[in-house]
Write a protein that binds this ligand. Structure first.
Ligand code: ADP
Ligand code: MG
Length: 269
């Protein structure tokens, strides 16, 4: 395992899976909130034009003047784009539907795959002293997701415990390999997290068996259960950890955060 205690700056994680509705945004919001609750300073970068992470963390549409679009396309300073959330230690760069045209607008830009990397590695990042940056990716392997993978140290893959869950994974792994070969040789897979897990459902169990058999240690021990409190929280513009801290969903995201933080703990002196 690399000695991350020597690392400079935050650990950057892309939350990616080109399938929609598998729990990317839910995981971005709630894993980030759980890390913040554990005392880390965390930034969520909303890289999905749907802006669901922004809504879920309480940034209303009217308050999205400076977004990931301006960060990538207009190269605005980072501090202009970063907003506080209601959760102590948790920040966000919001997104709007504007971002959906970034792909085309950036087509002729030679550095188009490196724009998020450049933005997040600015010296301007230092004063924020983030420990983690979680990038909520769109449901596609497009230029935005490539930007996330180029900027990231690792990719965290939510896997919905449903039929065909594993089907898209080989495509995702190909994209990761391609980014490694062309732009970011250090890119690792942080892990695969089973989402919307229902222990009474045979299908969930089968997906878990298949995932553990095929991906082994890459699959986190923590499973995120299907939990109605998790799906309700965004309409109250807060993480489930604030909305219902005792819910199964909140506890699962706390456990996932602990599992990840343990891996990233500086080696004991
Ligand atoms: P993605 O970002 O991959 O498209 P989302 O995180 O938006 O996926 O999740 C898709 C839908 O599933 C949302 O309506 C969300 O509220 C719901 N959902 C996600 N995780 C859970 C869960 N653990 N329990 C119940 N509903 C969930
Ligand atoms: Mg999403």
């Amino acid at each position: 395992m690399p000695d991350l205690s020597q690392r400079n700056g935050p650990h950057i994680m892309a939350i990616a899976n080109q399938k929609g509705g598998v729990g990317k945004t839910t995981t971005s919001i709630n894993l980030a909130a759980a890390m913040a609750e554990a005392g880390r300073r965390v930034l969520v970068v909303d890289l999905d034009p749907q802006g669901n992470a922004s809504t879920g963390l309480g940034v209303e549409a009217a308050d999205r003047e400076y977004t990931t679009y301006e960060l990538l396309v207009d190269d605005i300073p980072l501090e202009q784009a970063i907003q506080k959330t209601e959760t102590e230690g948790l920040f966000i760069i919001p997104a709007t539907v504007d971002l959906s045209s970034a792909d085309i607008e950036l087509m002729s830009n030679e550095r188009r795959s490196f724009l998020l990397h450049a933005a997040l590695r600015q010296d301007a990042m230092k004063p924020f002293d983030f420990d983690f940056i979680l990038i909520d990716c769109p449901p596609s392997l497009n230029l935005l997701t490539v930007n996330a993978m180029v900027a990231a140290h690792s990719v965290l893959v939510p896997l919905q415990s449903e039929f065909f869950a594993l089907e898209g994974l080989s495509q995702l792994m190909l994209s990761i390999r391609e980014v490694r070969q062309t732009a970011n040789p250090e890119l690792r897979i942080e892990g695969v997290v089973l989402t919307m897990y229902d222990r009474r459902n045979n299908l969930s169990q089968q997906v878990e068996l298949d995932a553990r058999e095929n991906l082994g240690e890459l699959v986190f021990r923590t499973r995120i259960p299907r939990n109605v409190r998790v799906s309700e929280a965004p309409s109250y513009a807060m993480p489930v950890l604030s909305y219902d801290p005792k819910s199964k969903g909140a506890r699962a995201y706390q456990a996932l955060a602990q599992e990840i933080l343990k891996k990233h703990a500086p080696l004991a002196a």
